[in-house]
Design a protein around this ligand. Structure first.
Ligand code: SF4
Ligand code: FES
Length: 212
């Protein structure tokens, strides 16, 4: 045995939308599809971050040895005999419903609007509860996993859950960074607004800034 050498990953052939795709063991369906230029929409995925599975817009239909199910492509690993359908009546129906729900929170998001058009989502199906944030966690996870700063985090639970910049950290770290703004699928400007609010409170460590 040769020590210190990484074991080569087994190659797995999967079928995505009728096309045979070569994938390495451990890859997700999303990674295999992207490698083969097959598009699957995502809202909470980023290649530098650990998979999170929050938005479910990447839902696809899979079939393995006769068993069919709906899974999140960004989380589900490829396996032998896997057949994937990235578009089907069921998949489109789920994506449409997810978009209708998300649009109630972020009705002005160009990314959501574009997807809504693709899937025929009704932008007014649910009562608007505009908070701009769809809780995808991209900003929070990017700051923690890539920048290792934890300047932005989630606060509260359930319907009150929202992001918040930590004023003390934001004051020193965010002004020259702002890399998370670009990642937000809903509103760059709103994120900037939340940060500005946090910075306004950064001189008083007992204060916190609200996102609303
Ligand atoms: S502010 Fe934007 S990037 Fe951050 S969790 Fe909300 S939607 Fe995602
Ligand atoms: S991209 Fe897969 S759950 Fe969000």
């Amino acid at each position: 045995m040769i020590m210190g050498k990484q074991k080569k990953k087994r190659e797995i052939i999967v079928q995505i939308d009728g096309k045979e795709v070569k994938a390495a063991e451990g890859m997700t369906i999303l990674e295999a599809a992207q490698k083969a230029d097959i598009f699957i929409p995502t809202l909470c995925h980023h290649k530098k971050l650990e998979p999170y599975g929050a938005c479910r817009i990447c839902t696809v239909e899979v079939e393995v040895r006769g068993w069919k199910s709906l899974v999140a492509a960004c989380l589900y690993p490829v396996e032998r005999d896997l057949v994937v359908r990235t578009r089907s009546e069921k998949v489109d129906r789920i994506r449409k419903m997810i978009l209708e729900f998300l649009l109630a929170h972020a009705p002005c998001s160009p990314q959501l609007q574009e997807l809504a058009q693709e899937y025929g989502a009704d932008q007014d199906r649910f009562e608007k509860e505009s908070s701009f944030c769809i809780l995808c966690g991209l900003c929070v996870r990017y700051c923690a996993e890539v920048k290792k700063k934890n300047a932005v985090g989630f606060v509260e639970c359930g319907a009150r859950r929202e992001i918040r910049f930590i004023p003390e950290i934001a004051a020193t770290e965010c002004v020259n960074c702002k890399e998370c703004f670009e990642l937000c699928p809903t509103s760059y400007l709103q994120a900037a607004f939340v940060l500005t609010q946090a910075l306004a409170f950064s001189t008083d460590s007992s204060s916190t800034a609200s996102t609303k």
